[in-house]
Design a protein around this ligand. Structure first.
Ligand code: MN
Length: 270
């Protein structure tokens, strides 16, 4: 089992040291959020949120009360409901593996970690069914160095531009014949088993490509207790390396996944 915690802490510490390298400022806290650009990697939840075509329900928000009370004071509160796997969300390992972690039990060290971003926008634009290959990972590493253990590996396809047009984003409305790019099994095995990725994420609806009915990447991830981050956005604003991702899902006990607020911290240029 590859440990991701030591690297995640070492990487964050290195960035903090870099951010505090000026010397003149008192280093009382050791972490200065102003040294980072914050990028929101989540879509919102609302009437337009994209769900799998056969999802039994969508995001629902109904008022318990919204308006002026009898005494004139304003008050609002709602009931919300959603399938776990729609919008920007986490796949817990339990999604495809009976022994995998539930959503509430995914270690935070897998969800707060340095990120690498593998950009296949051109290949995905030319082929909606593009799947990331081990060769793509090798080419990324030739340009950027080996992916360190404990990284959150993000695949950028450019698909976020279609959101929230579900037909364009998913490539259809028949759940047996969707068409969008994702990870391929060889790349997933390499990233998880050889590189020790903390998590895999991307800007399409699934860590398996659209037409998949046997979900090999999900099963590789589940067997390795590795969470997935799906329907991310703004990956075009991240550097290939150097960002820290903080991806915190709703802490659903016994859950197979859930709504996710993901952000990235990018060190500002000095
Ligand atoms: Mn999912």
């Amino acid at each position: 089992m590859i440990m991701n915690k030591p690297f995640a802490l070492a990487g964050a510490a290195a960035l903090m040291l870099a951010a505090c390298g000026g010397g003149a400022e008192p280093a009382a806290t050791g972490f200065d959020l102003n040294s980072y650009e914050i990028v929101d990697l989540s879509h919102g939840y609302g009437p337009e949120t994209v769900y799998w075509p056969n999802a039994p329900t969508r995001f629902e928000k109904t008022p318990i009360f919204e308006g002026e009370r009898d005494d004139g004071m304003f008050y609002s509160a709602f009931t919300i409901s959603t399938p776990e796997h729609g919008g920007t969300h986490m796949d817990a390992p339990y999604h495809f593996d009976p022994d995998g972690d539930y959503a509430a039990d995914v270690p935070l060290t897998r969800l707060i970690a340095p990120a690498v971003v593998i950009d296949v926008t051109d290949k995905a634009a030319a082929d909606r069914l593009y799947r990331l290959t081990a060769e793509d990972v090798a080419a990324f590493e030739k340009a950027n160095g080996e992916i360190p253990a404990g990284a959150i590996v993000l695949m950028r396809t450019g698909w976020s531009k279609f959101w929230p047009d579900a037909e364009a984003y998913l490539g259809g409305s028949d759940p047996a014949a969707l068409a969008f790019p994702s990870f391929g099994p060889d790349a997933a095995r390499m990233l998880i088993e050889e590189r020790g990725a903390a998590a895999l994420g991307l800007d399409t609806g699934s860590t398996d490509y659209g037409p998949s009915q046997d979900f090999p990447v999900h099963r590789i991830m589940g067997a390795a207790n590795t969470p997935g981050l799906e329907n991310l956005t703004n990956l075009d604003r991240l550097p290939a390396t150097g960002a820290i991702v903080i991806a915190l899902p709703m802490k659903i006990e016994g859950g197979s996944g859930g709504p996710l607020r993901a952000i990235a911290l990018i060190p500002k240029a000095k």
